[in-house]
Design a protein. Structure first.
Ligand SMILES: *Cc1c(COP(=O)(O)O)cnc(C)c1O
Length: 339
């Protein structure tokens, strides 16, 4: 596996730290002890407060520049972390940025519609247009790209979440980084757990970890789709990513595992478990999770520890994918208006 063959632009502060969560491990393990919990700080990639999309954008933006694009177009839900990191990357590289925001949650409160990620999109100079929930966002982006081309622009279209075989290379790179980091620390990683949405993070990680013959299983905690659909999306993209790497056929169905029991009412809708997880990490570790992804991912991890899914003294790495800026879009979920 030779990632240097692929065009890449440095955007992130890498490698991100891999840290123990001693308080949380003690708290959740109880008197009998439990798994040892670690956190891979991809919330700390640096770009506009960081997050997992930065790694994908290192490869996607390099391709945009290679194609002489002068504009990027992408899409996401209103509080999209991907849109915010794309806007920041475009600003840094001197490209125009058009963002289409889908009203996926139906929340029209000023905090949700204007604060958090939306505020930062605008600060980075991106232009924003809104679309109703359920719109065909890929088609909307293609239509906008055609309009811009007719005006003489050179747009590069980035799919939602930056999830295609080029973006997923960012998480192949993360797999390499994690395995090297663990080796240096003398740490045997038994499981990696993270929130999975548009599938690029898990697909890249799985393709990378399998390519390295690491034997490390990945568990994706879903935030939107039911399990069969999520696993099928991740598997298809992991296989395309492996092919892009020049390693066709290495990723098998058994490498892709998702648990979608923690979505609740739907994408971006708070759950009790998410609120508890966000509060617990804030209070025990001084770490901010987010309401849409890492909060639900951690809620899943906490529940599964309680159910004995991980062995005592196994090392479980939670990949923190970022998104804490989104907390400002959800003040009511945490009861902060009550004091
Ligand atoms: C996008 C995102 C995810 C999910 O990553 P995918 O590659 O879309 O599956 C997880 N956490 C946060 C904070 C995100 O912004």
């Amino acid at each position: 596996m030779n990632l240097a063959r692929f065009p890449r632009i440095r955007l992130g502060h890498l490698p991100t730290p891999l840290e123990p969560m001693e308080n949380l491990s003690r708290h959740l393990g109880g008197p009998g002890g439990g798994p040892r919990l670690w956190i891979k700080r991809d919330d700390a990639t640096g770009l506009s407060t960081g997050g997992n999309k930065t790694r994908k954008l290192e490869f996607l933006m390099a391709e945009a520049l290679a194609q002489q694009a002068d504009t990027v177009i992408t899409q996401g839900a209103t509080q999209s972390n991907h849109a915010r990191q794309t806007a920041a990357a475009a600003a840094k590289l001197g490209l125009a940025c058009h963002i289409l925001l889908e009203d996926r949650t139906g929340d029209h409160s000023p905090a949700y519609a204007q604060s958090g990620n939306v505020l930062l999109d605008k600060l980075h100079g991106a232009s924003i247009a809104r679309r109703p929930g359920g719109a065909d966002m890929q088609a909307e982006m293609e239509a906008l790209a055609a309009e811009l081309r007719a005006k003489g622009k050179r747009p590069y279209v980035i799919p939602g979440g930056g999830s295609n075989p080029v973006g997923a290379l960012g998480y192949v790179n993360a797999a390499l980084e994690l395995v090297n980091q663990a080796a240096e620390m003398g740490l045997r990683i038994d499981h990696v757990v993270h929130a999975t949405g548009s599938a690029g993070t898990q697909a890249g990680l799985v393709a990378g970890l399998v390519a390295l013959n690491s034997g490390i299983p990945v568990l994706g905690i879903g935030v939107r789709a039911p399990r069969e659909k999520q696993e099928a999306n991740v598997l298809a993209l992991a296989q395309r990513t492996a092919e892009h790497l020049g390693l066709p056929g290495i990723v098998k169905a058994e490498h892709v595992v998702a648990n979608c029991d923690y979505v609740g009412q739907g994408y971006g809708i708070p759950t009790e478990g998410m609120v508890e997880a966000v509060k617990l990490l804030a209070e025990k570790e001084g770490i901010l999770l987010d309401p849409v992804y890492s909060g639900k991912g951690m809620a899943g991890l906490i529940d599964l520890i309680g159910k004995g899914r991980f062995g005592k003294d196994e090392n479980v790495v939670f990949l923190h994918t970022g998104g804490a800026v989104g907390l400002f879009g959800y003040p009511d979920a945490f009861g902060v208006a009550q004091d």
